[in-house]
Design a protein around this ligand. Structure first.
Ligand code: PMP
Length: 430
């Protein structure tokens, strides 16, 4: 017998803190590929994918089988105590498939924030320097260093300081909002004059496509500029691919869109399709800078999660999900662009592969972010059974994170709902 959503909602409010902000007021019962059902039997099309985690869909049979097979052998030994083959084999696969032909090593962790923390630890150990530079609008997690690196105050940093020192922010290029690549690179040069000697900087960390920040893609010349600065000053370049990885952008990793190779990369989310797993991959000599025992964690590289990750890589290849991301993303972009006349609030439609976003501004003006309109679109879509996520520093961007394994007819159904909802919301405003 199912427990009603409203009863669970009351119990949740009494039993869990409001700091764990929850978007939906219904409770998950089960999910399959791109669909999810609540405890009252209502169906939703899941364009959130657990925040970019189920690129390979909910409960893909190959992932379920891999976890089940591992479940029958052992669930936990702590890799640092008794190691297992599957961890080593996954590291080999990730080393081979991440950008760059150089020798690489990979360490596994559990969450994206933990991967970021460890990338910074490794960069400091390798360079002997303290400083880290991140960007406005960036999101790197909810741990102390994750928050320090994150370039958005509310809600992530409110009341939680002080944060680790020697972290600095430069503006991320968003030409739509008047910040060019030249502006960003100039701001970095200024930062080296005003705030920190570049010889004291261990690393620059950036997202190839900012996730929580609004799906703004780093321009190629910006990424080249970062690489050049790092090479000049002996700093390391860290690409945070926690949200962009695993076929989302039409490539296995977003850095494949650039002719630049990062020194370190953080991965998580869709790596294990819903079982917590993250990693740091990088140049072998840099990865080896941390002393034995300095890296790891009780659950880091859990065998169930590692088994799932092997299945994820297999599915991405066997179902050609990079190509599928490009095809679905293009269809969505064409639909959204076609709606510009009917929905004048659309200020921009963007994104590589299936990492697509639509930004709303009053009268389509990007400099007048329309968070209220965005919220109405999201709520209306949810009423119609389509789960959408909002992002952006001004909460005026809807990001699309459907599983890349979504069936055509479910995708078509979602697109039809989206079209209706956008048109209806726009005509309300008129
Ligand atoms: N980095 C990026 C780019 C992210 O998008 C996120 C999560 N949204 C994180 C780090 C943190 O990951 P987690 O929530 O698993 O700690």
């Amino acid at each position: 017998m199912s427990t009603a959503n409203s009863e669970l909602q009351q119990r949740k409010d009494a039993a869990t803190p409001r700091g764990v902000g929850v978007m939906c007021d219904f409770y998950a019962e089960r999910a399959l590929n791109a669909e999810l059902w609540d405890v009252e039997g209502r169906r939703f099309i899941d364009f959130a994918a657990g925040i970019a985690v189920t690129n390979t869909g909910h409960r893909h049979p190959k992932i379920v089988a891999a976890i089940r097979e591992q479940l029958d052998r052992f669930t936990h030994t702590a890799y640092q105590v008794v190691p297992y083959r599957s961890y080593v084999e996954l590291a080999e696969k990730i080393n081979a498939r991440t950008p760059g032909k150089h020798a690489k090593k990979t360490a596994f962790f559990t969450t994206g924030a933990e991967a970021v923390e460890n990338a910074v630890k490794i960069a400091r150990a390798a360079t002997g320097r303290p400083g880290v530079i991140a960007f406005t609008g960036a999101f790197h997690g909810r741990t102390m260093m994750g928050m320090a690196l994150t370039g958005k105050v509310a809600p992530y940093k409110l009341g939680f300081g002080p944060f680790p020192p020697d972290v600095f922010h430069a503006p991320f290029p968003t030409p739509l909002h008047g910040v060019t690549t030249a502006d960003s690179l100039k701001a970095l040069e200024h930062l080296f004059k005003a705030d920190i000697d570049p010889q004291r900087v261990a690393a620059i960390i950036f997202e190839p496509v900012q996730g929580e920040g609004g799906f703004y893609q780093a321009p190629a010349e910006f990424v080249r500029g970062l690489r050049a600065l790092c090479d000049t000053h002996g700093m390391l370049l860290i690409a945070d691919e926690v949200q962009t990885g695993f076929a989302r952008t039409g490539k296995l990793f977003a850095m494949e869109h650039y002719d630049v190779v990062p020194d370190l990369m953080t991965i998580a989310k869709s790596l294990a399709g819903g079982v917590p797993l993250s990693g740091v991959t990088g140049r072998a000599e840099i990865m080896d800078a941390a002393a034995p025992g300095g890296l790891g964690g009780t659950y880091a590289g859990n065998p169930l999660a590692v088994a799932a990750a092997h299945a994820v890589l297999d599915i991405i290849d066997s179902e050609a999900l990079c190509d599928r991301a490009a095809v679905l993303g293009e269809r969505l972009k064409t639909t959204l662009k076609g709606l510009r006349a009917a929905v004048p609030q659309i200020a921009d439609v963007r994104g590589p592969g299936a990492m697509i976003a639509v930004e709303f501004g009053k009268q389509g003006a990007a400099h007048e972010p329309d968070a209220a309109f965005t919220k109405r679109v999201q709520s209306r879509a949810l009423e119609r059974g389509l789960l959408l996520l909002v992002c952006g520093v001004h909460s005026n961007v809807i990001r699309f994170l459907f599983p890349l394994t979504i069936e055509d007819h479910v995708f078509d159904e979602a697109i039809a709902i989206l079209e209706d909802v956008l048109k209806e919301t726009a005509s309300d405003v008129k």
